[in-house]
Design a protein around this ligand. Structure first.
Ligand code: NCD
Length: 367
């Protein structure tokens, strides 16, 4: 178990965190916490929840739902926030939410992540789900909390629970996680989902990864090093069709136009324009799908850009997956999105399970 000393507290970051500490909260901050030993039981529970919800059966959960869950989102979110809140609701928790935390909370007045966390943590929530706009802020939030913090995406950093539902979907759709050929394409420099997903998949035998993006949007060397140290074979290409024809899983992502950052404002605008101009080369339509293997699947964390969308700078963005692909049975992104609810139910149940909760806070209950 690795200890990270922060300004206020010592955090224990290890697989679901805290085996050596019965009193520390079980934060979920980085994908490397989600090893196969941790995620396999979660997946089984998620399958169970999915079946029960489909049949509208009682869920059979034993949780102390006295305290509410806070969801604090500083950036736009549709899937992560709603699926967490629906998951919490299905487990019997009330949720207190702010959807635009950077605008409607005191963060806009210059309050630090630590102070914000110290205050809302003081209201005794069962857990906080936070999406923060700066990389590393999830850790800063957690450092001030006595309850679990779940990272719902921190800047260009990580998005571990998206990766959890992505891996669950691959397992459900393909029936295996070993020996996978995975293609990741789009904005691999600024997107956080691919950074987390690659790290969870790297725990499984024989992962081969093909990364498809323009050089400016290559995946960060920090993640590539982690993957290579685990023996993952990584290929990089700009040839979408060849990559798609090779993969078992094709994981496509949006140009994170709002995150592109150069050394100056002019450089940022120049880089963004250049990337917008190249979008068509990295788009998946029916022609690319015709190259895809029969048993393969196409995933996307969503949102994708709709045709004709013009952003705040007046740039028209090109869709990374065209709607004409949606009826293809290999297009699994909406099934993937639904799985966010069941995997997040399993995760919430696990981190709030009374036998692991901070001493005294979650009284022992029969499991
Ligand atoms: C992603 C995110 O916010 O990182 N969406 C999500 O959580 N499902 C992807 C994105 O914004 O492009």
């Amino acid at each position: 178990m690795e200890k990270i000393a922060t300004s206020t507290k010592t955090l224990y970051i290890s697989p679901l965190g805290l085996e050596n500490s019965e009193t520390a909260p079980r934060h979920i901050i980085e994908a490397r916490q989600l090893t196969p030993e941790v995620v396999e039981p979660l997946f089984e529970r998620a399958v169970d929840f999915k079946g029960k919800v489909a049949r509208r059966e009682p869920l059979d959960v034993q949780l102390n739902t006295y305290d509410p869950i806070i969801s604090f989102f500083e950036e736009p979110s549709t899937r992560t926030r709603f699926s967490f809140e629906i998951a919490a609701d299905r487990l019997g928790f009330r949720t207190i939410t702010t959807e635009a935390g950077k605008v409607f909370s005191s963060r806009l007045k210059g309050e630090s992540a630590e102070d914000t966390a110290m205050n809302i943590g003081g209201y005794q929530p069962a857990a906080i789900v936070a999406r923060t706009s700066h990389t590393g802020d999830a850790l800063r939030f957690a450092s001030s909390l006595d309850c679990p913090l779940i990272n719902g995406g921190d800047g260009k950093g990580e998005h571990p629970t998206q990766a959890l539902l992505d891996v669950f979907t691959i397992r459900e759709e393909l029936g295996r996680l070993d020996g996978l050929k995975v293609v990741m394409g789009g904005d691999l420099a600024n997107g956080r989902t691919v950074r987390s997903l690659a790290q969870i998949l790297a725990h499984y035998e024989g992962l081969e990864l093909t990364l498809v993006s323009p050089a400016e949007l290559h995946m960060g060397d920090d993640v590539k090093k982690i993957l290579e140290d685990q023996g993952v074979q990584i290929h990089e290409t700009e040839n979408v069709k060849d990559a798609v024809a090779w993969g078992d899983v094709v994981y496509w992502t949006r140009l994170q136009a709002e995150r592109i950052n150069g050394d100056s404002q002019e450089e940022t605008m120049r880089l963004k324009k250049a990337m917008v101009d190249r979008q068509r080369d990295f788009s998946i339509g029916s022609d690319v799908m015709s190259a895809m293997r029969r048993g393969a699947i196409l995933l996307h964390p969503l949102p994708r850009v709709e045709p004709g969308f013009v952003d705040k700078d007046g740039d028209e963005l090109y869709p990374e997956i065209l709607p004409e692909v949606d009826d293809d049975p290999r297009a699994a992104y909406f099934r993937q999105s639904e799985n966010g609810v069941y995997t997040r139910m399993a995760l919430l149940e696990y981190i709030l399970n009374p036998i692991y909760g901070p001493e005294g806070k979650y009284p022992p209950q029969p499991i």
